[in-house]
Design a protein around this ligand. Structure first.
Ligand code: ADP
Length: 596
């Protein structure tokens, strides 16, 4: 991976390199320019000196006067602080300001001499073989009548030039160093100045990335960066808008999902719960924290249900089924499945819609049982009536006594049918009471109400020589539906009389206990076996069917009592001791008592 550098460390070294290279180039150029300039100046100077001296030397060449020529060289060389040499066309030195010409070598191989022999001004720079120092030589031909008599060469040591150039170079380097230092400090700040808006934008972008989309970058004064900051701000704004839209949609979707009374569970192809609504949590009775990310199999442990889920996962069409779930207390859960697809319409799991249909199914069962029970209850007397009517129809000459006997039996069954219908209608009326057609509570003294019920049952009790005792405060004023409570009491008293032996006692009490007003009917009759106690309030449930029927019971009396208590927001309880008697108690809320 490439090592990443901060922008400043990318910009700053490049500036530095550019500055150093520029300075070096400038310094080299200046050095070479200065050297050339100085050498040119010296050359010009040497040419002028040579031209000025030219005429002084010619007389010593025609004819050649070596001695004086050498003396002139030495004298002129001294005055002009220049080395002066006169070289004959064959290369021999005729005079030299510094050396004895006799010991000097032939100069014909010197480049400046060769050029001058060609008639031009020759020049060259090299180390003098005689003086062993770097010299500049300029040579001009000394001519007379178009013939070259000799070459006049003037030369100067140029070591001083090198020193001057060195000085100039070191000055340039020093100034260059300071310029470089200043430029590098400047470029450091310039780099910082350039990278600062980028750093700011980086911080702003980090804020966007961390979710702070309301943050805005301030626009730097560098045009390109300002454009970038503007675009980033626009992007953040649009993102914020889109996220807000997505959030709103999600909230709406969550609101819809959580307001559904049906449980909704989304699972993926591995049967892991992706999402679940509140109703599903309530139906499955599991803590929300335990649900997401767990398998649906762990939440609903039922082999049939698991088979259903597997089948639903493989099917594109919707499936439905009812399941009795053991780990949910044998509740009946109705499940409807649908494919769960992503935005590209690819299947990603299954959507399950759960409904706790225990109550509905129970009601359906109760209804079915009820219809079966009613049919059964009606069929018995109807069969008897039909049988006796047919018998009556067929017999012509039977005695009036016999006919009366049959008609009496028919009447008994008709009465039974009538009682069943009466009780069914009473039940239906109580059950169908709603706010519009509710109960009709009125303030009434409880004791006289109980006495009315006692009077209704009195004749039946008297026939069995049963004494009914009443223990009730005559100042209890309650707000109740007097007809319904009277009906409930009559039913309880009727049962107490029916299921008590001749000469027995029945005690009726009304008392306030805690938050309740209790109205009890206690008998000392046959009692009820414990296993039947939980069911005797069901419609048509009888402990002993034959006995109940023979006593004219419909099996609906206690059911009616239960419903009457319920519409008063109360309930009924039973305590019974087999062969020793039973005690039925209607529990009403104390707040029904107006005065006491
Ligand atoms: P029924 O018309 O048969 O009396 P109920 O609904 O009033 O119907 O009572 C249901 C059953 O409860 C009765 O058949 C009877 O077996 C039992 N039962 C009700 N009251 C008494 C009681 N006081 N003593 C003994 N058994 C009773």
């Amino acid at each position: 991976m490439n090592k990443k550098l901060k922008l400043i460390w990318q910009l700053y070294p490049s500036y530095l390199i550019i500055i150093i290279v520029s300075l070096l180039t400038v310094s080299l150029y200046l050095s070479s320019f200065t050297e050339d300039f100085l050498l040119d100046n010296i050359k010009e100077d040497l040419i002028i000196r040579a031209v000025l001296l030219e005429n002084q030397f010619i007389p010593f060449l025609t004819p050649l006067d070596s001695k004086n020529l050498d003396l002139l060289c030495k004298k002129a060389g001294k005055t002009s602080e220049t080395r002066i040499t006169v070289i004959l066309p064959e290369g021999n030195v005729a005079g030299d300001s510094e050396e004895d010409p006799k010991i000097m070598d032939n100069h014909l191989n010197r480049p400046e001499i060769l050029t001058a022999l060609g008639g031009d001004t020759g020049s060259s720079i090299r180390k003098s073989e005689t003086l062993k120092i770097l010299m500049m030589y300029v040579a001009i031909p000394l001519c007379s009548k178009n013939s070259t008599l000799a070459i006049l060469r003037v030369s100067l040591p140029i070591t001083s030039i090198n020193q001057t150039i060195d000085k100039i170079q070191s000055r340039i380097m020093m100034v260059g160093f300071f310029i470089a230092l200043f430029a590098s400090i400047l470029s450091f700040f310039v780099s910082k100045w350039i990278s600062k808006p980028i750093e700011d934008m980086k911080k702003g972008a980090a804020k966007f990335a961390s979710g702070d989309l309301a943050h805005r970058l301030h626009e730097p004064f560098i045009l390109e960066f300002a454009g970038l900051a503007e675009l980033l701000n626009k992007m953040a704004f649009e993102l914020e808008e889109r996220i807000a839209t997505v959030k709103n949609q999600r909230n709406e979707y969550e609101a819809v999902l959580s307001s559904l009374s049906e449980g909704v569970v989304a699972i993926n192809s591995d049967e892991i719960v992706l999402n679940i609504n509140q109703s599903a949590i309530e139906i499955l009775k599991v803590p929300r924290a335990k649900v997401k990310g767990n398998s649906i199999q762990e939440l609903i442990r039922d082999a049939e249900f698991n088979k259903f889920i597997k089948a639903a996962a493989q099917s594109d069409s919707s499936k439905e089924g009812d399941f009795v779930i053991y780990n949910l207390g044998n509740r009946i859960i109705n499940c409807l499945s649908a494919s769960l697809c992503n935005a590209s319409d690819e299947r990603i799991g299954t959507l399950l819609v759960l409904n706790d249909v225990s109550k509905i199914r129970n009601l359906e069962n109760i209804q079915k049982d009820f219809v079966a029970n009613v049919s059964h209850e009606i069929r018995t007397p109807l069969t008897a009536i039909k049988g006796f009517v047919e018998t009556l129809y067929d017999m012509d000459d039977e005695s009036r006594e016999n006919k009366k006997k049959f008609i009496k039996i028919i009447l008994k069954h008709v009465d039974r049918l009538y009682f069943i219908l009466e009780d069914l209608l009473t039940l239906a009326r109580i059950e169908n009471r709603d706010e519009k057609n509710g109960i009709f509570p009125e303030e009434i003294n409880l004791k006289p109400l109980i006495e009315t019920a006692l009077q209704i049952i009195q004749a039946k009790a008297a026939a069995k020589k049963i004494t009914i005792e009443l223990l009730a405060n005559d100042r209890i004023i309650v707000k109740i539906d007097k007809h319904l409570i009277e009906q409930a009491l009559v039913n309880l008293l009727d049962n107490a009389v029916k299921y008590s032996e001749k000469g027995s006692i029945i005690q009726v009490t009304a008392l306030i206990q805690g938050d309740e007003l209790l109205i009890s009917v206690q008998d000392y009759g046959i009692g009820i076996p414990e296993r039947h106690l939980s069911r005797i309030f069901e419609r048509f449930y009888r402990v002993d069917k034959a006995r109940s029927r023979s006593l004219g019971g419909t099996g609906l009396g206690l059911s009616i009592v239960k419903h009457i208590a319920a519409v008063h927001n109360g309930y009924v309880t039973v305590e019974s001791d087999l062969n020793h008697g039973s005690k039925f108690t209607i529990h009403l809320l104390k707040n029904l008592i107006v005065r006491c």
